[in-house]
Ligand binder design. Structure first.
Ligand code: ADP
Ligand code: ZN
Length: 362
């Protein structure tokens, strides 16, 4: 069991509890003197497995539990669902010192965190992540929000949790495809900041990864936490480092209409962006091959054979973030070392990637 302290400004300090047991979460709420009411937000998959344990843990501490269980998936991140949760809070006369506890992946904590941030201008928000991706990404950083028909996360807020509570056992029921999404994001942390993480993926057998997960999760959280502490509201551009693999990754994810999961998309994004790094002289050729081999070893997509390059660029040309035909990249100098804010002309990116696809054929 471990505690990581996250230090934000204005006495906004909270803890991430790692390797604890779900059945003890209620006691922590009592210790922290939170109010009597707890609204659990979860999805049907997760709640059917872990709902009872959490509820028991809370009722043992004399809490009044309200549960809101929604359908799984990104489509649940709507204002309509946010409204329903708000309504539940109000109907149950929840007050300032009461709590919203999210039990699930990033979808659940984004939605629940958003509601926690606006109900009575902010109530206690406890995050219990259950996907590997949420462990290392969504549950740290304080970004909350819902989607609009016009795009993802268009409505939201920065709202830090009261605490984050992780029970590694929840990963045992996570479908393989979801585990891989988290692995892709952890490999990203290795490439941007930690050769130690990368070397584990490179050197240890795939079927032994489970043994290393607690270390990998902890290291990833520390990397993200350090960045967030320095740039809480994403105003100084320091968070950009976390976008490695995501410039191309997002474009691949959206232009291919979710044919690839987020993790798969950023795996491809990392391959493409490392290739660009090599071709623009930021890193050596062997860095590119090392990245590619690690992704392949962990059964993540590592070549562009099922990607339509033109689709990516049709999408990018109309993307508002692409200013005057330029794209911004985080490029690799070596494993564990990257450079942010590199501007490359979209035409050059297209040329380089087409060259990469040709290379892949040999
Ligand atoms: P993320 O945004 O973190 O990738 P989601 O909230 O979209 O995660 O969840 C991904 C899928 O995995 C959903 O279908 C969810 O119900 C399911 N899921 C989440 N955690 C678990 C778990 N521990 N065991 C089984 N299924 C889970
Ligand atoms: Zn990501």
């Amino acid at each position: 069991m471990k505690k990581i302290r996250v230090n934000l400004k204005e006495e906004n300090i909270y803890f991430i509890y790692l390797g604890y047991s779900l059945k003890d979460v209620g006691r922590l709420l009592t210790e922290k003197k939170y109010g009597r009411k707890v609204l659990i937000l979860s999805d049907t998959n997760v709640f059917s497995i872990y709902g009872e344990v959490i509820k028991d843990s809370l009722t043992k501490e004399e809490k009044k539990v309200i549960d809101v269980v929604i359908r799984p998936g990104e489509r649940a991140k709507t204002l309509h669902n946010a409204y329903n949760i708000l309504k539940n809070c109000a109907e149950n006369e929840m007050g300032r010192d009461d709590t919203i506890l999210t039990l699930g992946g990033g979808v659940i904590s984004d939605l629940g965190g958003f509601v926690a941030s606006i109900y009575m201008r902010g109530i206690n928000f406890v995050v219990v992540p259950t996907t590997l991706l949420a462990y290392v990404d969504a549950s740290i950083g304080g970004k909350t929000g819902v989607n609009l028909p016009f795009g993802k996360n268009l409505v939201g807020s920065f709202y830090q949790p009261s605490f984050v509570y992780m029970d590694y056992n929840t990963l045992s029921t996570l479908p393989k495809r979801e585990v891989k999404q988290g692995i892709a994001e952890i490999i990203k942390y290795g490439i941007i900041k930690s050769k130690k993480i990368f070397d584990i993926f490179r050197d240890k057998p795939v079927d032994e990864m489970k043994k290393y997960l607690p270390f990998l999760i902890e290291e990833s959280i520390k990397i993200k936490k350090d960045v967030v502490e320095k740039d809480e509201k994403e105003k100084k551009g320091l968070r950009e480092i976390l976008n490695f693999g995501h410039t191309l990754g997002h474009a691949i994810e959206i232009s291919h209409l979710s044919k690839f999961s987020h993790g798969e998309s950023i795996s491809l994004g990392m391959v493409g962006e490392t290739y660009i790094s090599w071709k623009l002289g930021f890193c050596r050729e062997d860095v590119y091959y090392a990245v590619k081999e690690v992704l392949q070893k962990h059964r993540l997509p590592f070549n562009f054979s099922s990607v339509v390059i033109d689709k990516i660029f049709n999408y990018l040309r109309y993307d508002k973030k692409v200013r005057q035909g330029n794209l911004r990249f985080v490029l690799v100098e070596d494993i564990g070392k990257v450079k942010t804010g590199i501007v490359v002309k979209i035409e050059d990116v297209s040329k380089i990637l087409k060259e990469m696809v040709k290379d892949e054929k040999y």
